[in-house]
Write a protein that binds this ligand. Sequence first.
Ligand code: FES
Length: 344
Amino acid sequence: MASWAYSQLGRWDDAVEEGQKELSIAEEFSDNSMISFAAWIISIAYTSKGDLGRAIEYGELAVQKAPTPGDKAWAQGPLAWAWCQAGEPHRGVEVLATLVPMHRAARFVPGVIHATVWLGEGYWLAGEYDKARQTLEELLEMAERCGMRFVLGSAHRFLGEIALKTNPTQAGEPLAAPHFEQSIAILREIKAENELALACAGYGRLRKQQGNIAEAREYLTKALEIFERLGVRIARATEDGSAGEAGLVTAPLARALAGLDPDRPVAIYACGPTPMMRAVATLAAPHGRPCWVSLEPVMGCGMGGCYSCVVRVRQPDGQARYVRSCLSGPVFDSRKVVWEELVH
Ligand code: FES
């Protein structure tokens, strides 16, 4: 449990170390229940850190070693959460949606609450916003009753993100600001740094969307400062030099790629203006690094009905075809995108 607490504080390396200690003791006593428990705790630490390959590895170990249906139900939750984060939200949601009623039937409240928070996040990542909202609103009530403040802070953050996504003008309900504000207040009080940084980033994006650039900058800077404090290496670049180095982001990226151990598995994720993403994709190719880009064409309906968001993407048969990025994306393998046809 110390490991899980470290994960929630954003102290990922301490979380992994504690989990490994527990795993060694469990292995020494050949106690499969404890091995499974330690493995899924380590999986949570890696998912929180963003090391999803390891998170899935330990999640699978936890499920494999689980000796009882109860142990298995516990172990499947973190593994499903890791899948959600690793770009397979539908696979994660499928598992989590069965775990919630299972824990509920056993009247196991911590199991219900954690599976529900991961399920709500999974629905959000899968673009199933109504289900996500409904799941998270039910969760708020449960978490409030049990005094689970980290869960409350997270649920408010996800609800803020969903409101921002589904109501971009923020002219009426659902409003993102109250959720982000509550999330920030709770997470700051309990010093849940990683989650706090994500909430500040969400609030900063909301303010940017509303044209409040000063406040957007304040909160996005806060998020970056927290990530740096947690040990994340950050390189900033702005065209006018007002933050970080003056110039394009491809300059620090090129240096970082050149200095990387070729055996280290590193992927690039890019979002922002199309020319920037195209330049990043061009840079990633000769270094042999996978690159994922978040394309943002105008989306009229967001549900596949209007075809305003089509982009041409190469298919497994080698042919380039138009796909609706609201359904097939918006994140694509950069090598598959027909860049020449994208409007800048
Ligand atoms: S936004 Fe309407 S089809 Fe994609």
